[in-house]
Every structure is written in structure tokens, then in C-alpha cells.
Design a protein around this ligand. Structure first.
Ligand code: ADP
Ligand code: GLC
Length: 493
């Protein structure tokens, strides 16, 4: 199949969260199956910085192409580089438009955010035309690319290149929809087909990129089976549940995988001590290094709880604010945190680190090497998300024998089997049902019980759970076939 894959993030070039990891892995694993996958991403400032640092070589593909978006004639170019990694090289095409993409962040709250991602989508389809690449599937991801299904069916319909093209939209997070005032519509370049936007919303003065994708994509996937069910309910659908119910069987949940070339303790180049399920004791070497790096003393008997996260409301840190201070003062435990985002959460962890300098360390920022070291060096991993479409960190944690403590929601519910009670023999982590402080406190208390006193038989039980967690298979080879089947299901016979 010819597949055009468009995303706002592709690791390692541009990543704020799991979208970046997944948008690199899906194309990579599809290519290994022999499909021709072309990936399109903006040339953000940070892509240029990454490229300069890692000697990435760009090839020029298109120079000075113009597209009319509302009042503006936007001129862009496209350069190409290969996705790093083993196996078949995958081409990533970067849309260069310095005035739109050469900004500090990947996402902005600037007034032209809709224009930035409209350009990405126009550029992606223009690239196909210039390369005479006729996609069987256009795979869009999240709101930033969710106009593509409509564009193929309207603005690009005249071009026979797209005569048989079908579209798949993956919803990674329905909390972000790309909802703008309807005055933004001309800038999408789709004024002439404005009758295809949701008319009631237009009358109310809004356009919604994600909704447009939900209405026009040939298939809609989301990143876990549980989240696929959740988003069809008013509680989790963020206003779009009715439209998703309307699409019926076109909506499916495909659990994300993890890229074991990047995330596996046997091969990880970013950790000092490699290990496997059979040598899980060696993990201790990473714990020592983690604590040293973070300026915390090493106490073999104190469990270390790791956090690597965007510090957003979604991630449930309000529960940490309620529960962690007491846990930390009452028990011999340590917490290591990496992340950035909302000031109130950053301030909380900074304050904890100041007040309990031997127990808490907080690295504010984004660091790929530290993320790996936290996964490898912690004993438990905290992910009390309010909602979690899939979540990759709990799967990385399982793979690294770092027992995840999670709220039972979305993809967390699909991956973490709690060791509680009778299900002990199958468990790989700890999950709590209700999003409240009592439940989270229970989960943390239970983790201390599992950890035990750190002597003999006690630690043997903990090691057993670690080994079991590490042997679960979350790799993409097991999942990628689900996408191939989803694509084939919408293709003409
Ligand atoms: P989300 O996509 O909602 O942020 P996921 O669990 O799916 O959540 O993916 C998060 C990804 O982002 C993981 O690869 C994680 O390691 C990475 N990540 C998040 N915050 C940071 C950070 N501050 N530094 C390094 N990596 C981070
Ligand atoms: C989103 C979700 C996260 C998911 C990721 C990749 O960022 O918040 O749960 O794992 O996308 O699909």
C-alpha cells in the first residue's frame, strides 16, 4: 500500500508526548512490512536544532510552492530526511515555512495556530502531487491533520491521483480538538467547500478540526479499546461522543505498541546497566545512577517512585498534591520527577524537592536520556491520570520491570492488571478504580506492602511481579497488523 502519514509530532525530530513516539513507530513498522510510507511533519525550529546537533542531512524536495490560505499567499518548501533506526529507511518530509513554524514550541497559543496546521495539510497533499504519489491511505493524527479526509473528498477530488484514496483518522486525545472561531475558516483554504463543515457549529460561530475529521474519515481509530468505548460516552467524549456514536463501527480501538528498538532494557543505549527479566537484580545499578544524578542518597530499602510526564490536568497530579506529602513524611520512600507544564504542578514538585531534599528530586524540563534512566532506575512508576487514551509510559515501565501504579482508565485499564487479591498470579501492576485521594492512597499503601521490608522472601515476591511485567509483549510487531487490517477494510476491493 501507499500510505501518506501526517502528524504534528514525529520522534526524535519533534516530540512533546506519546504522539511523537507513535508517529515514528507506525511508519517504521509499516515500512518493514513492505508498504511505501511517506511521513509529513512541519520543520519546526526544534527540528532544525535537532538536525544541527545530530548531523541530520536534509535533501531539498520542493522549493517555493505557494498556496492561498484566506487572505494570505503562503509560500513553503519541503526538505526530506530519513527516520533514524534500523531496517528500511523511512522518508520524512518537512514543511519549511519559517514565519509559521520557526517558533519556540511545536504548539502555540498564537492567533494563527489554525493556519499553521492548515498549511501542513495542504503541503502534504501538494507533496503527493509533485511526487505523483497516489496514496491508498492518508493517515491523519489528531486535530492538526483532521481536515485531510475532507480535503481529499472536496478540494483535491479533481485530481485522479486521489481517486481511490481513503482516509484513516487516529484520535490520540479527544481533549484537544482544534476548535476555532468560524472567522478562521477561510485560512483553512476550504471556503469554497464550507458547506461541508458542520453547519450548526458554523451558525454558532465555530469550526472544529477534529469534528470535521470524525465526519469525513473513512475509518476512525483511537489508541486503546477502552478509550474507544469511553469517547462514545458523554463523560469522556468532550462534546463529540454523539458524532462518534453516529459513525458506529467505523470507530475502533487499536492499542498502541512500544518501539523496542528504543525502549527495551536489554538494548537501551541511554542507561548505564542493561538487564532482562532473568537479570532484573541488575536494575539496581540504574537506581544508584538515577539517585546519584538527581542528587538523592541511595537507600536500598527505600522504594523509588518515578514520574515522567507532561504536567497537564489530564495526568492527575492533583491526586499527588493531595496524597504524596503525607506518604513522603510517613514512609521511607523517594520520588523522582521529570516533566514540565502547568505551573501549579511544577511548583508543587519544586516545593516538595526543597522541603524534602533527601526524598524528592524534580527535573523541570524535557530530557530523553533522563526519561530512560527513570524508567530503568525506579521501582514503581506513578500514572494517576484522570483520563489516558493509551499511555506509553506504563508500557515502558512494565517493559523495564518498574511496577506501574495507575488509575484504571483508557489504555491504562487495557495494559495494567492489578495484582490485588485473587488476581495476584496474573498481575503486573497496581490500578485503582476511582479517581480520588482515598483510592490513590490505597494504591500507594499497597505498593509498600508489595515492596515489603526489603529482606529475603519479601523482595522475592516483588521480583516475581517485575519479571512477569517484563515478559508481557507490548511490541509493535504484535499490533501493526491491526492497522493494516483497518486500512484494508476501507480500501476498494
Ligand atoms: P502523552 O502522550 O499523553 O504525553 P504517553 O504516556 O503516551 O502520554 O507518552 C508520553 C511520552 O512522552 C513518553 O515517551 C515519555 O517518556 C515522554 N515524555 C513526557 N514528558 C517528558 C519529559 N519531560 N522528558 C522526556 N520525555 C518525556
Ligand atoms: C496522547 C495520549 C496518550 C497516548 C498518546 C499516543 O498524547 O494522551 O495517552 O498514548 O497520545 O497515542
Amino acid at each position: 500500500m501507499n500510505i501518506l502519514f501526517v502528524s504534528a509530532e514525529v520522534a526524535p525530530f519533534a516530540k512533546t508526548g506519546g504522539l511523537g513516539d507513535v508517529s515514528a513507530a507506525i511508519p517504521r513498522y509499516l515500512s518493514r512490512l513492505g508498504h511505501d510510507v511517506r511521513v509529513v511533519l512541519p520543520l519546526y525550529k526544534r527540528v532544525r536544532e535537532y538536525a544541527a546537533k545530530h548531523n541530520v542531512h536534509f535533501t531539498r524536495v520542493l522549493d517555493n510552492v505557494s498556496v492561498q490560505l484566506g487572505q494570505r499567499k503562503v509560500v513553503f518548501s519541503i526538505v526530506e530526511a530519513k527516520l533514524p533506526g534500523e531496517g528500511v529507511p523511512v522518508s520524512v518530509y518537512f514543511v519549511a515555512q519559517p514565519s509559521l513554524f520557526d517558533r519556540a514550541g511545536i504548539y502555540t497559543s498564537d492567533a494563527d495556530e489554525h493556519l499553521r496546521f492548515s498549511l501542513l495539510q495542504w503541503a502534504a497533499l501538494k507533496l503527493c502531487q509533485f511526487q505523483q504519489f497516489s496514496p491508498d491511505i492518508v493517515h491523519a493524527n489528531d486535530w492538526q491533520t483532521a481536515l485531510l479526509p475532507l480535503m481529499i473528498k472536496t478540494a483535491f477530488k479533481w485530481d485522479r491521483l486521489f481517486a481511490n484514496t481513503k482516509s484513516v483518522l487516529t484520535i490520540h486525545n479527544i481533549g484537544h480538538q482544534g476548535s476555532f472561531a468560524s472567522s478562521a475558516l477561510p485560512d483553512t483554504g476550504l471556503s469554497e467547500v464550507s458547506e461541508h463543515f458542520h453547519q450548526e457549529q458554523l451558525k454558532e460561530g465555530r469550526i472544529n478540526f477534529l469534528l470535521t475529521g470524525i465526519l469525513y474519515a473513512d475509518a476512525i481509530t483511537t489508541v486503546s479499546p477502552t478509550y474507544a468505548r469511553e469517547i462514545t460516552t458523554p463523560e469522556h467524549g468532550v462534546g463529540l461522543d454523539g458524532f462518534l456514536r453516529g459513525r458506529g463501527a467505523a470507530v475502533m480501538g487499536i492499542l498502541n505498541g512500544i518501539d523496542e528498538d528504543v525502549w527495551s532494557p536489554e538494548k537501551d543505549k541511554l542507561i548505564p546497566q542493561r538487564y532482562s527479566a532473568d537479570t532484573v537484580e541488575l536494575k539496581e545499578g540504574n537506581k544508584r545512577e538515577l539517585l546519584r544524578k538527581m542528587g538523592l542518597p541511595y537507600h536500598p530499602r527505600a522504594p523509588v517512585y518515578g514520574i515522567v510526564s507532561r504536567m497537564a490536568w489530564q495526568k492527575g497530579f492533583d491526586l499527588c498534591m493531595e496524597v504524596l506529602p503525607r506518604l513522603l513524611t510517613q514512609h521511607d520512600v523517594q520520588v523522582v520527577v521529570l516533566g514540565s507544564g502547568e505551573p501549579k504542578y511544577e511548583e508543587f514538585f519544586s516545593r516538595m524537592a526543597r522541603e524534602l531534599p533527601h526524598k524528592v528530586a524534580f527535573h523541570q524540563g524535557f530530557s530523553e536520556p533522563l526519561a530512560h534512566l527513570i524508567e530503568a532506575g525506579s521501582d514503581f512508576f506513578l500514572m494517576p491520570s484522570r483520563y489516558e487514551p493509551c499511555g506509553l509510559n506504563q508500557m515502558y515501565s512494565l517493559r523495564y520491570g518498574t511496577i506501574p501504579i495507575v488509575h484504571k482508565t483508557g489504555g491504562l485499564a487495557d495494559t495494567v492488571r492489578t495484582v490485588r487479591g485473587t488476581r495476584y498470579e496474573h498481575g503486573n501492576g497496581i490500578s485503582f478504580e476511582h479517581f480520588d485521594a482515598t483510592a490513590f492512597k490505597w494504591a500507594l499503601g499497597y505498593s509498600l506492602e508489595l515492596w515489603g521490608t526489603g529482606d529475603g522472601a519479601d523482595r522475592a515476591r516483588f521480583r516475581e511481579i517485575q519479571r512477569r511485567a517484563m515478559r508481557d509483549d507490548w511490541g509493535w510487531p504484535r499490533r501493526i497488523g491491526d492497522f493494516v487490517r483497518a486500512y484494508r477494510a476501507v480500501l476498494p476491493r
